[in-house]
Design a protein around this ligand. Sequence first.
Ligand SMILES: C[S@@+](CC[C@H](N)C(=O)[O-])C[C@H]1O[C@@H](n2cnc3c(N)ncnc32)[C@H](O)[C@@H]1O
Length: 272
Amino acid sequence: MQLTSTHDTPQVGAPRNISTEKMPGHWLLARLGKRVLRPGGLELTTRLLDQLSVGQRDDVLELAPGLGVTARLTLQRQPQSYTAVEQDEGAAGRLAGSLGGAPVRCLCGNAERTGLASEAFSVVYGEAMLTMQTTQVKMRILTEACRLLRRGGRYGIHELCIVPDDAGGEMRREMQRALSLNIHVGVQPLVAAEWRNLLECAGFRVVWEGRAPMRLLEARRVVRDEGFFGALRFAFNVLRKPDARQRVIRMRRLFRKYRRHLEAIAFVCVKE
Ligand SMILES: C[S@@+](CC[C@H](N)C(=O)[O-])C[C@H]1O[C@@H](n2cnc3c(N)ncnc32)[C@H](O)[C@@H]1O
């Protein structure tokens, strides 16, 4: 479904009547004013875009753009065209309204089966959208990304990674369970070797790997990602909504508890 500009600002994610307690964590943060929802922050995103070297000849597809922070960075590089496929209708409509105009298209759809033509793009990327899927769905999205890319095209991801590579199964299961229960979406990060393996099985050759600490809710990172006034707005919203504040505190506590076992990881691959 192609969306056109919307004049009101639709609520992104989750039905309006869902309680703060049950809302998926990323949409809760978005409603509190947080715009950057990926684990390695803008710093790892910028490195990823540099490695993807998006330029004026590129036809770019972004999967799951969310609030469109990376979309704007990509558009500064003036690609030939930019297409986004976002599952959340509110977010897709909002993005269509704020980016607007050819050569930009914002579609509401599923990254597993976009309905777009094969080999239509020279660059495809998605951030913080694979970790929340099961292994089977991760694989279906990677296969779809590969189908959509031209030979020699570049694919980038920015996700959560478990460290060290040989992290024990019991700790992994406990961490996954705790994060999923708390964030209200399935959280299934992989170790680096597993991410590589999935990418290779889908038909990609990995050419770059980048890492960053997972500090999504730490004050310094929030200021770096949202800017001084954005961080202030977020803090103000958190303070004035006690039920949301409790959830943000719980999420941050969990991220801190597992900080030695969670990192942000990014890859750039080429379709052979
Ligand atoms: C954690 S947010 C990340 C948003 C944005 N990429 C960012 O990093 O700020 C996850 C996003 O993935 C979208 N999403 C999840 N599964 C999807 C799918 N199968 N197809 C398209 N979008 C999806 C959600 O609607 C949401 O916008």
